[in-house]
Design a protein around this ligand. Structure first.
Ligand SMILES: O=C[C@H](O)COP(=O)(O)O
Length: 247
């Protein structure tokens, strides 16, 4: 039985002060119905960690090298020093705006997993690809590339987020049937790579305009084990409504 995992991806939102207020308001409400988390900008991670007793605190990115001349980047060691053990990799916004590729996502996967951190690796098709009917080809390519040279034990403890790019921040949600179909397919790709036992352990999230009112039905889908939530994770009451929705 896979425990649901709901993570708010704050993207480039919230100051340190706003992060502190959010964690104070939300952390005590967290239940054991799911693993609950927030991914914050680097600057707010320490504040979030200091206040979070229940919430997972994740970074939104990390570099694939240990250290060196990579201006503006943050290493795994730096995250681990402040107790951050989770990281989102390959979000479509990083692929779209910051040159993230399947190859860099793979290098980051290896770096994160070998340092005993947990990646939430994002895959998903653009509107154009969706309309061309190539969704499954696209996500398969992304999954196969992300897991290149990743050992089965490491793969089993990773999380995959399926986020159709056309549903991110647009208010357009994939229907639960579409989301289930693709998440089920992703699990079958993991099974092809590692066997069914590993595929059964990997948690797969859906992301893209998830709202508190839709969360329960989404999680009833057999291959959807959680959500990566943007906009609806930013407001305390909305995050609390997600927690309440699973009670
Ligand atoms: O990582 C989260 C996703 O990009 C979804 O964002 P959204 O819930 O605002 O559509």
């Amino acid at each position: 039985m896979r425990k649901p995992i709901i993570v708010g991806n704050w993207k480039m939102n919230k100051t340190i002060a706003a992060t502190k207020a959010f964690v104070e308001a939300v952390d005590p409400e967290v239940t054991d119905k799911a693993d609950w988390g927030i991914a914050t900008p680097y600057l707010a991670l320490q504040t979030a960690k200091a206040g979070a007793k229940n919430l997972i605190v994740a970074a939104e990115n990390v570099h694939f090298k240990d250290s060196g001349a990579y201006t503006g980047e943050v290493s795994v060691e730096m995250l681990k020093e402040i107790g951050v053990e989770w990281v989102i990799l390959g979000h479509s916004e990083r692929r779209q705006y910051f040159g993230e590729t399947d190859e860099t996502v793979n290098a980051k996967m290896i770096q994160v997993l070998k340092n005993d951190m947990t990646p939430i690796v994002c895959v998903g098709e653009t509107l154009e690809q969706y309309e061309a009917g190539t969704t499954k080809d696209v996500v398969k390519t992304q999954v196969v590339a992300a897991y290149k040279d990743v050992c089965p034990k490491c793969a089993a403890r990773s999380v995959i987020a399926y986020e159709p790019v056309w549903a991110i921040g647009t208010g357009k949600t994939a229907t639960n049937e579409i989301a289930q179909d693709v998440c089920g397919y992703i699990r079958s790709v993991v099974a092809e790579l590692y066997g069914q036992e590993v595929a059964d352990q990997v948690r797969i999230q859906y992301g893209g305009s998830v709202k508190p009112e839709g969360l329960k039905a989404l999680l009833e889908q057999p291959d959807i084990d959680g959500a990566l939530v943007g906009g609806a994770s930013l407001v305390e009451d909305s995050y609390k409504a997600m927690i309440a929705a699973l009670d």
